[in-house]
Design a protein around this ligand. Structure first.
Ligand code: SF4
Ligand code: MSK
Length: 505
């Protein structure tokens, strides 16, 4: 047991910290601190900020910044991989990947992103447009948000997935193990956590050598989902249970890259004698060991170093620990080649359609969504990724028959590509196919950016938690109706699982 479990007011576990309710004004995105005349809090529908901005302008600007941050994560992920792998940025990438009819539409609407690093300018322009006294047309602001969705999808998700597949291999279908039970107290446990698997790949290569049989490498979040999909490395947790991973008292080192790493881990690690190692200059965390990795040679050297640190920690820790949660079997490793099989099922009317259940697991969402998706899987195929895929996995639902694991968050490009290929096989537009995306428990900016990407492809996108839009606002109306006009898609909020099921049944 640890010397002292962090139970002081500030250092409770995530579950307890959630007892503090979210700010209701913030939940509706009706507050602004984009200048020092504010912060402005607009509680009534006809309130305006000191500068005169109304609720729609403020909420749309917040959404634009939120999406820009999400797009910067995924494009930054791809850029980091390019630098690590010493690759050139590809020319005309969106033109090569996106359906021709969509490129034509995006050009007509002025939404075709500039590529080859100018797309980072689009992200910075989103910050510019949303400053005090710049853009005050909420519909125009929202169309810029759609553009960021396109950037996120192609120059983030697609590009990162392609680079990873080329460097580390495409996932193959196999049996995997999921849940905290994959941590083995009697072994030297190293956990990898974050999103960008370049270093985790090098660590996996080292850990799987026969002289390292004492090492048990496990994954957390999307770096974990990525190793699970490519190599069958067990996945211990998604974003929500990351503290529990350390609190098993059996993790000797936790190695992180970037994104979704809770700062709370540092205090816990101190209590449980776990070494946290940060590896990327963009995600330094005070109180941890920083071992920067920027080349494959660094990765090889530091992987060996981490194994040594972990073995030293193992000697000092208690091995007589019981982990209650059992490991759960899951069929994993699907990729975009699934398109043909699913297309046949659709043609033969064996299924009504495809539901992509993607994104985070926001612990604020109390509703139970898995039973609804289980019911829907009787008539629909479910494709899943990221933290929601872990939820299906730990419930024993990843059967590889009706529910398919497609990998990490950036691997949502595989889902988009499956939609694209099936539509092509059916000689239809994506929007004319029975596809829907659901993010029942969105949490991060990245999840919202992914939602806008799918909407730009013509797919309806459901959110199960107010991602800055709440019912009965002009924003909500825009996302439901104006997207429909141009993209034949909508982004909609539904927090009630039963009503969602009724809506798509
Ligand atoms: Fe208030 Fe306008 Fe400044 Fe925002 S930009 S803080 S609404 S005055
Ligand atoms: S880890 S982005 S909470 S899915 Fe990709 Fe999970 Fe969302 Fe982070």
């Amino acid at each position: 047991m640890p010397d002292e479990i962090p139970q002081t007011k500030e250092k409770k576990f995530l579950k307890q910290r959630l007892e503090k309710l979210p700010c209701q004004v913030g939940l509706h995105s009706h507050c602004c601190k984009h200048c020092l005349m504010g912060p402005c809090i607009l509680t009534n529908s006809n309130d305006v900020g000191v500068c005169g901005a109304n609720q729609d302008v403020i909420a749309s600007r917040n959404l634009l910044r939120f999406t820009a941050a999400g797009a910067s994560c995924h494009t930054g992920h791809a850029l980091h991989l390019m630098e690590f792998l010493n690759k050139e940025f590809p020319n005309n990438y969106i033109e090569k990947k996106a359906p021709k009819y969509l490129i034509k539409l995006w050009k007509k609407l002025g939404l075709m992103p500039k590529v080859k690093f100018e797309h980072f300018k689009e992200i910075s322009e989103a910050l510019h447009a949303s400053t005090l006294g710049t853009n005050a047309d909420y519909q125009d602001i929202l169309s810029k948000t759609v553009k960021l969705g396109i950037i996120d999808g192609y120059l983030g998700l697609y590009l990162a997935t392609e680079l990873e597949d080329k460097a580390f291999g495409k996932p193959k279908i196999r049996q995997g193990k999921i849940n905290l039970g994959v941590i083995k107290p009697e072994k030297v446990n190293i956990a990898v956590h974050g999103h960008e698997p370049a270093f985790a790949e090098a660590l996996a290569k080292e850990a799987l050598k026969k002289e390292n049989k004492d090492i048990n490498l496990v994954g957390v979040c999307c770096t974990g989902a990525s190793l699970l999909a490519r190599h069958g490395i067990p996945l211990a947790s998604n974003v929500v249970f990351q503290e529990e991973v350390i609190a098993t008292g059996s993790i000797d080192s936790l190695v992180v890259d970037f994104q979704c790493i809770l700062p709370s881990l540092v205090d816990l690690a101190e209590c449980y004698k776990t070494t946290i190692i940060t590896t990327n200059p963009i995600a330094k965390i005070s109180g941890t060991t920083y071992l920067p990795v920027s080349t494959p040679n660094d990765a090889k050297r530091i992987a060996k170093q981490i194994i040594k640190i972990s073995r030293d920690n193992f000697k000092k820790r208690n091995k007589d620990i019981k982990i209650e949660q059992k490991e759960v079997d899951a069929v994993i490793g699907f990729n975009e080649n699934l398109a043909k099989e699913l297309s046949i099922k659709l043609k033969n009317k064996e299924i009504k359609g495809i539901i992509a259940v993607i994104g985070c697991k926001n612990p604020r969402v109390k509703e139970s969504w898995l039973p609804i998706f289980k019911k829907l899987s009787e008539n629909y195929i479910i494709l899943t990724s990221g933290c929601m895929a872990f939820e299906f996995g730990s419930a024993g639902m990843l059967d590889g028959k009706r529910i398919f694991h497609l990998g990490s968050c950036v691997n949502n490009s595989r889902i988009a590509e499956i939609f694209n290929r099936i539509a092509k096989l059916h000689k239809k537009k994506i929007t004319d196919m029975p596809f829907i995306v659901s993010a029942p428990a969105p949490m991060t900016e990245k999840c919202v950016a992914i939602g806008f990407f799918f909407a730009s492809l013509g797919v309806d996108v459901h959110f199960g938690y107010p991602m800055m839009i709440t019912s009965d606002t002009n924003m909500e109306d825009f996302l439901r109706t104006v997207l429909k006009e141009h993209f034949e898609s909508r982004i909609f909020l539904e927090t009630d699982p039963e009503k969602f099921m009724e809506e798509i049944k």
